[in-house]
Design a protein. Structure first.
Length: 376
């Protein structure tokens, strides 16, 4: 008796029936939505680099994968994540996964002396965690945080998409991630120092760059923009959007039971807010910090935390003004393009720094030096 082979039509019918059955079980709650979760593995290095924070301010940083901010890590609720970290710097570090619950997994929380020994220069450490909490999370160093996080750029965005997004989230057409931080020029070339309570930052930035090195946010009428605002440094920020209200929908990754409208939003260190904006008012509109000294570069107005919404087809009206002449060479400056890509870890070459020269590396590695005084 001859064997009967499945025809392509029968195979297709079987595929449709099987997946329809699984979808029905999910809808009926008979299997968890986490059945769709995946295991993901990423590589992170920590490097000593120099970035240009503001015109003329070249700043030494500890940079994840050589860039500030660190690369976007985007996963889905329920994913099992493994991250291999190599410390290529001269000082010890860890990574804290800010916002993750780490249920039955506390030894991966990234706190030196509590959950692990710090990752020494040249060493590797592997973190494992499950993406239980959703929303706008982030990762940062937890060694000497006042310097490494406060003024050295050791942070990056961690976005966990929910298995069941809200109706508002489904309307979003463009994501804009803004990590807010500060810098102290007295320590720009003194890696391993600074960030103390008597030190005063004098530069302020969005995604590691101060105006006029920020980039415009391009939109078109009808877009629904999701601002993801991160207090990545040690300062308080008050973000004001001209011409538009923000509908605050999430706080620290959690959906709010009662979203509310604002045109100015206060953000403290470590906090994250998601705000949805309907782009229904064509023009050129500023977005800036309303803590007024934080829109200066070393006290000079016209710097710091400033950018602008630029609607398609709208041209600047004042020739030669820096607001209309922002650099416009990186469509992923706010991670908008990376957020369109498949789940994963996404680097951005425009955020990459220049490798730091070896001068001083041996001294930092020995750790036998005294803290220098800040220059007058």
């Amino acid at each position: 008796m001859m064997k009967q082979h499945a025809t392509p039509h029968r195979q297709a019918d079987s595929y449709v029936i099987r997946h329809s059955f699984i979808a029905l079980l999910v809808c009926l709650g008979l299997i968890s939505g986490n059945a769709w979760a995946e295991s993901r593995e990423f590589e992170l290095t920590i490097e000593e680099r120099v970035i240009e924070v503001a015109p003329g301010l070249h700043y030494q940083v500890f940079a994840f994968n050589g860039q500030v901010p660190g690369p976007l890590i985007r996963v889905r609720e329920g994913d099992d994540v493994t991250i291999n970290v190599v410390n290529n710097t001269t000082l010890p570090h860890t990574i804290h996964w800010h916002g993750l619950y780490q249920r039955n997994n506390w030894k991966n929380d990234g706190v030196p002396g509590v959950t692990q020994k710090a990752i020494e220069p040249g060493d590797t450490f592997t973190y494992h965690w499950k993406a239980e909490k959703t929303g706008s999370l982030w990762y940062h160093c937890h060694v000497n945080v006042s310097e490494h996080v406060g003024i050295r750029g050791m942070w990056g965005p961690l976005i966990v998409d929910p298995a069941k997004p809200t109706k508002l989230e489904k309307k979003v057409t463009k994501d804009v991630i803004m990590m807010l931080s500060s810098w102290d020029s007295d320590y720009a070339e003194k890696l391993g120092y600074g960030g103390g309570p008597r030190d005063l930052p004098n530069y302020f930035s969005i995604n590691g760059r101060a105006f006029p090195l920020t980039q415009p946010i391009h939109v078109k009428e009808g877009d629904v923009v999701r601002l993801r605002l991160f207090g990545a440094g040690a300062e308080i920020h008050s973000i004001h959007t001209h011409g538009h209200d923000m509908l605050v929908t999430h706080k620290d990754g959690r959906a709010l039971p009662a979203p509310y409208y604002v045109d100015t939003l206060l953000i403290g260190p470590g906090e994250r807010y998601d705000a949805i904006m309907e782009m229904d008012n064509p023009g050129l509109f500023m977005v800036h910090d309303h803590v007024d000294p934080q829109v200066t570069n070393n006290g000079k107005h016209g710097g710091g935390v400033m950018t602008m919404f630029v609607y398609d087809g709208i041209e600047p009206v004042v020739e030669g003004d820096p607001h209309g002449a922002l650099p416009d060479n990186d469509p992923d400056f706010y991670f908008s393009e990376s957020m369109k890509k498949p789940y994963g870890l996404h680097n951005n070459a425009h955020f990459a720094g220049v490798p730091l020269e070896t001068k001083g590396r041996a001294e930092r590695r020995r750790g036998g030096h005294e803290t220098p005084e800040a220059d007058d």
